[in-house]
Design a protein around this ligand. Structure first.
Ligand code: NAD
Length: 296
């Protein structure tokens, strides 16, 4: 039986790990949060005392951590887990991090006989729970084929977009567009509500019209419009404002690297930074609507 080490059991990693357990894989898990580990153990995972212990004896290692510094800290350096990963094992990093960081970790892994792919995801916490994520993969094609059955247990769509780091570039393109779309959807709903419109009816109309998007249909930013959206539970869970802010910062860096212009992406980055400074950094990113509708 394939043994998978799964490190990072947060809003995304927790339900992803649960789907691997449902598919019959043996999981050795580690997270800094004891509560997150407990949930995975209740679903059938084996808790490891350290990240290095989790990867010992595993043929596949999956990480789902917040940002570049966490991923580099986990794998690299004297305390890094690369030393404990079996040569020949495959590492799948699903975190959204800087493309350069993904390339750096993959290069060090390769020196140790460990193949690594970047496989950031799209689909949010609902997609993670439903096993319908989109995986955006950068790395060797043979490594992706090895990873494919495992990714299929957690997602529906798999795109191979290029070499190591390319998965991260594509993911940043997606999230930059998402950040802009969410902010402007909130503005549109606030404008309608200020004119006395019902946000539910307005959203239903938009969801079948030309401004249709994931922000209108799945993660609507207006409280009460969609029962299962973070906005309807005080913007808890979901995709944190500060994670979106991180991704827009990475997009800005990526743009500077090639001299690309991203005026709306930069504007959106400032909006999510303002929302963070307003004390909403830990809320779902759809709380950016609060900047234009404080009562939302
Ligand atoms: P999260 O903050 O809910 O979870 C991160 C988990 O990593 C936490 O449980 C934390 O304790 C753990 N962690 C941090 N450092 C660790 C370490 N050194 N060792 C072990 N565990 C460690 O974040 P999330 O929402 O699950 O997001 C994870 C990644 O997925 C991010 O890069 C994010 O940008 C990306 N992402 C999130 C969503 C979403 O909707 N939440 C969607 C797509 C992509």
């Amino acid at each position: 039986m394939t043994t998978i080490a799964f490190i990072g059991l947060g809003n995304m990693g927790g339900p992803m790990a649960a789907n691997l357990l449902k598919a019959g894989y043996a999981l050795q898990v580690f997270d800094l949060s004891a509560a997150a580990v407990e949930t995975a153990v209740a679903a059938g995972a084996h808790a490891a005392a350290t990240a290095s212990a989790a990867v010992t004896g595993a043929q596949i290692v999956i990480s789902m951590l917040p940002a570049s510094r966490h991923v580099e800290g986990l794998y690299l350096g004297d305390a890094g887990i690369l030393a404990a990963i079996e040569p020949g094992a495959l590492v799948i990093d699903c975190s959204t991090i800087a493309p350069a960081s993904a390339q750096k970790v993959a290069a060090v892994a390769a020196q140790r006989g460990v193949v690594m792919i970047d496989a950031p995801v799209s689909g949010g916490t609902a997609g993670a729970a439903a096993g319908s994520l989109t995986f955006i993969v950068g790395g060797d094609a043979d490594a992706l084929e090895r990873a494919r059955p495992i990714l299929q247990a957690m997602g529906k769509n798999i795109f191979h977009v290029g070499a190591n780091g390319a998965g991260q570039v594509a993911k940043l393109c997606n999230n930059m567009a998402l950040g802009v779309i969410m902010a402007v959807t909130g503005e549109a709903l606030a404008l309608g509500v200020a004119h006395g419109l019902d946000p539910k009816v307005l959203s239903q109309m938009m969801a079948v019209s030309t401004s249709r998007s994931w922000a209108t249909e799945v993660c609507n930013p207006w409280p009460g419009v969609l029962e299962n959206a973070p906005a309807s539970r005080g913007y808890s869970g979901g995709f944190g404002n500060d994670l979106m802010l991180k991704d827009l910062g990475l997009a800005a860096e990526a743009a500077m690297g090639v001299g690309a212009s991203i005026p709306l992406g930069e504007l959106a980055r400032n909006l999510y930074a303002m929302n963070s400074r307003a004390g909403h950094g830990g809320l779902d990113f759809s709380s950016v609507v609060k900047l234009v509708a404080p009562a939302a």
